[in-house]
Design a protein around this ligand. Sequence first.
Ligand code: GLU
Length: 480
Amino acid sequence: MSEIRVRMAPSPSGFLHVGTARTTIYNWLFARHNRGKFVLRIEDTDTARSSREMIDAILDGIKWLGLDWDEGPYYQSERTKLYQDYARKLLETKKAYYCFCSPQELEDKRKQVVAAKGEWKYDRVCYNLSDREKEERIETSIPKAVRLFVPEGETIFSDIVYRELKKENKDLDDLVILRSDGTPTYNFACVVDDVEMRISHVIRGNDHIANTFKQVLIYKALGIIPPHFAHIPLILAKDKSKLSKRHGATSIGEFKEEGFLPEALANYITLLGWSPKEDREMLTIDQMIELFTLEEVNPANPVFDKEKLEWMNGEYIRSYNNEDLLDLIIPFLKKENLINDDIVNQRRGWLIGFVVLLKERCKTLKEFAEKGKYFFSFNYQYDPSAVKKLFNSPAAAKMLRTFWESLYPIDEFKKEKIEEFLRIQADKMQIKPSVLIHLVRLATTGVTGGPPLFDILESLDKEEVIKRIQKAEEFCRDNS
Ligand code: GLU
């Protein structure tokens, strides 16, 4: 087989969407599996909708996912002359023709046809002009676009995922390939670049199937054999509609901010539409490279399941050693103003202890900052439903007081010691230890669940624990 060359060709009119990210991964995996080349091309011909900010976000997103590219990024906005040269060739061979119709004329005609319940298709008035009429118009500098002449017959291509796909040419318009301002349309620029970049396989979303028919016609007109095509099923939301903003995070940057790990996200989205023969789920990038084939892409549209992604992210979090995991968590703690550089430098051992206590309980890096807030700050509200149940009587306030008073004599504030003291106090108060445990947990963390209480108390240290329980005692009195 000749060299495998694939490309990713994002339009920078939005951030890196999960769907685009998955197409990027599939292209990249296919290239790496086959020892081919992965080319990056930015389709920025629509200058009004493209921006440098989006381009940077796309490139950063691709790199963050752990992917790289062998060539590019090429920018279509810098290649206009090339597209014009190709269009000229098609004009010379009469596979394309000038169209002098103004947008207004076309719109008026379209409206008329639609009003009469017909289907609008360009009526070829410009194709049917006599040579003299054409020359006259060219001489008087009437703005002109270039249209592809679509011959009769049918257009067929074989897709690696969807098998044979066919369309009658009569259902296709003579498409504009060069606008009157000399810029190429998407389908034309895409074909020219795929030819020039010697792309062997075009792997992209199945929303492009309609474009592929048009592109195959352009290849035919150019006398060039098209590349192989593999259209990837679209990712749907749980309600079976197209995954979009209203379903939550959709861009790679947002997932990063929510605390997902790149390897977990890459693993999860790769499985949206593809699975290896043996049903394995946790796959490293190297394993995916080894196993990935386009033949195993499932044509059915996969559903994005955030809970599944969270589960997988949690698995990846637990596979990290504590030191490395802490480094990943630090930016999230800083963002919430829970720590500063001094704490990072001076209390690393303590921070590692925090990571150990929460590691089993967090599915995202951000959750360490959310669920573990109370380790760093006393700035929390007590869970209101727990307040109703626990902080509701003078008796509860008294229990809290007896307990914090008993803590003073403990020299070594270690979990075993604290537990021993708590049990002794419960015994003296003639209550079950669990009653006191629940009260103390709510007092010192504001919530009813979390890591083992005595670990938390040891981590907070004696003075802080006493301060928190005193505060809770006051609250309890005011509340009862
Ligand atoms: N610029 C197109 C897009 O972002 C690329 C389609 C293709 O891969 O040909 O959808």
